[in-house]
Design a protein around this ligand. Structure first.
Ligand code: XLS
Ligand code: NI
Ligand code: NI
Length: 440
């Protein structure tokens, strides 16, 4: 078996003084943070699409990526070389999980039957490598947006034949995810949305999306797939308005169609910022609704405002994210999937390692800061005190449903309101202490 990354050996933890770009400065997999190791807390995954199929092309420029496996003679040959490269990469990096779309791992054939045959061949190869290395599948998904048949959407296409084709594709993707022991299955609504309100039957399209998800729940049950089903919200891109726009929108949708017991959310940082929200906000909304299932770890380029999928290197954001993850009691069976791509100008193969190391270190540091912040308890104490009026007197009666507008009017007539400061700046300063003070 040839080596694709001969200049890189197994990545090790060297500590924060290290100047070695191919070493971890903060991510020390077996180091305990609270009652779990970093590895157990973080459950990192590599995204097959960006890392092994990304070319670096953009609307203004040709591919730039130097990928030693890109010398194959046929699409199937290329798919096989990518599997070899992927497992060498993940083993050297020390990441235990990966995620894929069906079409990332195997090329489409002339017919659906041929496509599925291609998938079976590659899945078999992947399974052998998983057994050899112990690397696991965090989640699988179906890519329902690239092919021209999905021009008007998949489950929300106006064409029922497309709905049927998409169903067949998801059926197969669920089967291979199960076969590979996938711990979750993701639905990201590729082109499920609209460009203009002048042509869609909005109600039918959304009802159909729910019908599609209903069928997926039934099929998962039928084949005994025990993984968690996840929906990944995104507000726009590729369509002007995606149906699964935000965590709140998806949660409302799932409740409306009585699907809430079957799904959790996969929150992506860049999708939050695309919605004009923060990553922290989306994680919080998912968590307090008992629906924080997994994370697509990346970062948007704020000055561009697209889904640029930068690697997550902002420690402020990773700290707040890990704060939500810890408050959630972890992410298991979910994890942190690097749905992130190296910049077009970072085209050398080694950049793939450096980018993942940067993301893993940023999350490791965020984990430690968030854990210390929770241990310190200042935020929790402040919040408890801020809402104390609801644990006694009239507030307790409100919470217990013992009063209505009349009783409250009587109370308001008798009492004077005294508000207290929200202390935002003090709290931001406390947060900074935990982020900046390396000893914590
Ligand atoms: C696209 C999404 C996609 C999903 C998987 O913006 O992030 O990559 O994670 O289909
Ligand atoms: Ni994603
Ligand atoms: Ni995305």
């Amino acid at each position: 078996m040839s080596e694709f990354f001969p200049n890189v050996s197994t990545i090790k933890y060297e500590g924060s003084d290290s100047k070695n770009p191919l070493a971890f400065k903060y991510y020390d997999p077996d180091q305990k943070v609270g009652d779990k190791t970093m590895k157990e807390h973080l459950r990192f995954a590599v995204a097959y699409w960006h890392t092994f199929t990304g070319t670096g092309s953009d609307p203004f420029g040709a591919p730039t990526m130097q990928r030693p496996w890109d010398n194959a003679t046929s699409p199937m040959e290329l798919a096989k070389l990518r599997v070899e490269a992927a497992f060498e990469f993940m083993q050297k990096l020390g990441v235990e999980y990966f995620c894929f779309h069906d079409r990332d791992i195997a090329p489409e054939g002339e017919t659906l039957a041929e496509t599925n045959k291609n998938l079976d061949i590659i899945v078999d190869l992947i399974r052998q490598h998983m057994e050899r290395t112990g690397i696991k599948l965090l989640w699988g998904t179906a890519q329902l947006f690239m092919h021209p048949r999905y021009v008007h959407g998949a489950a929300t296409s106006p064409n029922a034949d497309v709905f049927a084709y998409a169903a067949a594709q998801v059926k197969k993707a669920m089967e291979i995810t199960k076969e590979l022991g996938g711990e979750n299955y993701v639905f990201w609504g590729g082109r499920e949305g609209y460009e203009t309100l002048l042509n869609p039957d909005l109600k039918l399209e959304q009802d159909n999306l729910a019908r599609f998800l209903d069928m997926a729940v039934d099929y998962a049950e039928k084949i005994g797939f025990k993984g968690q089903l996840l929906i990944e919200p995104k507000p726009k891109e590729p369509t002007t308005h995606q149906y699964d726009s935000t965590a709140s929108a998806v949660i409302g949708f799932l409740h409306k169609y009585k699907l809430a017991d079957h799904f959790k959310l996969n929150i992506e940082a860049n999708h939050a910022t695309l919605a004009g929200l923060t990553f922290h906000h989306e994680l919080r909304v998912a968590r307090i609704n008992g629906m924080l299932g997994s994370i697509d770890a990346n970062r948007g380029e704020e000055l561009l405002g697209w889904d640029t999928d930068n690697f997550p290197t902002d420690v402020y954001a990773t700290t707040l994210a890990m704060y939500e993850v810890l408050k959630n009691g972890g992410l298991q069976p979910g994890g942190l999937n690097f749905d992130a791509k190296v910049r077009r100008a970072s085209f050398e193969p080694e950049d793939l390692f450096e980018a993942h190391i940067a993301g893993m270190d940023a999350f490791a540091r965020g984990l430690k800061a968030a854990h210390a912040l929770l241990e310190g308890g200042e935020l929790e104490e402040f919040i408890a005190e801020r809402y104390r009026s609801y644990s006694e007197g009239i507030g307790l009666k409100i919470v217990n449903g013992e009063v209505g507008f009349e009783e409250l009017e009587a109370y308001a007539l008798e009492n004077t309101i005294v508000n207290k400061s929200g202390k935002q700046e003090r709290l931001e300063s406390i947060l900074n202490q935990y982020i900046l003070d390396w000893s914590r």
